[in-house]
Design a binder for this molecule. Sequence first.
Ligand code: PLP
Length: 402
Amino acid sequence: MPTTQSSEITAASRLENVRYAIRDLACVADEVAMQGHKILPLNIGDPNVFDFVTPAHLIEAVYKAMKDGKNGYAPSSGIKEALDAIRGEAGRKGITNIRDIFVTLGVSESVDICLTALLNPGEDILTPCPDYPLYSAVLAKLDIGLNTYYLNEEDGWQPDLGDIRRKITPRTRGIVLINPNNPTGSVCSRKMLEEIAELARRHNLVIFADEIYDKLILDDDQHISLAAVAPDVPVVTFGGLSKNYLAPGWRVGWGVVSGDNAAVKPYVEGINKLLRARLCANHPEQYAIKPALEGPQDHLIEVRKKLRSRRDLTVKACNSMPRVSCVSPRGAFYAYPRLDIPEGDDVFVKELLLQKHVLVVHGSGFGQKPGTKHFRIVFLPDEKTLSSAYAAIGEFMRERYR
Ligand SMILES: Cc1ncc(COP(=O)(O)O)c(C=O)c1O
């Protein structure tokens, strides 16, 4: 008789550091929904769940590609017309010294490939705190310890340059800059970009410029690409269709490597080795890249208009609640209000969900300065939903914390 294996199959211990608070809360939400309550979802950054739709000309381009038989594997770096369009867009953003361009399964896969191609055991990269959890998840997978730098709430959530300087060690290989930022909605000034580039230059760091929200600037500022202010510095600029072009389910993103050619050459070879090993990104969806970047941009006017009014509503509501204060976001669709409460923000978020059926994400899921507490709001829902949610949060604050 063959013996049956009785011991459980344990997951790798390095996964203990993988956290994805945004989706982890879903289990509690399911429970609340099963009790028949309608949840007000201010937690997931998917525009298509709300009143934002993928531009029709992009859907047509993908449909046509499928009908035209573009259903086999694509080249590992991406199809030529998409690469040309991304190059053109990078040029319009002032990025020169382009050394490589590749299309991936969302920015998520670009990040995975680019960090994997760079880091040896014992090395690290600087990631922002609070951060978008993708970076720490990939680093956990690689068994690379976290080295985080603070974003400074008192300075509109700009990177804390002093902290970055203090955290750079001989083992530090790169720095991640998310601009516009998730979860804070901050946008970096040219001066800040230049200062970060100077640190990278001095310490031989690769900059990972995550600019996936670059067309979602809510005020009159102009988005400046980090690579554009530092053509000599090795920079990988990330962009994609998920946010600006309202198509997150297509899983289309890209990376643009710029900088001194001799410096980045071996790294680009490493990236391409990994790109080939995973065959290719989604093929027909890549046909939406050229019409997205070169075609009509009308949807963006409407998107920014909606986001601006929802942002204003959010900031006003938060700043009028007891024990809540909120720096006004200037880009993307996130706000990161501060809480002055005697218990953890994870408890706050869970109780808010159980008692008022409003779903937000706790600051401790993104990281924050010790002693501070926050929660992240996604202000994609319409004004009516947001107003109901903020009325409920205000009531909760008054009832629970007086
Ligand atoms: C800062 C940031 N980078 C990357 C991603 C992932 O993007 P993609 O859908 O292209 O994988 C997100 C998604 O929310 C994000 O907020």
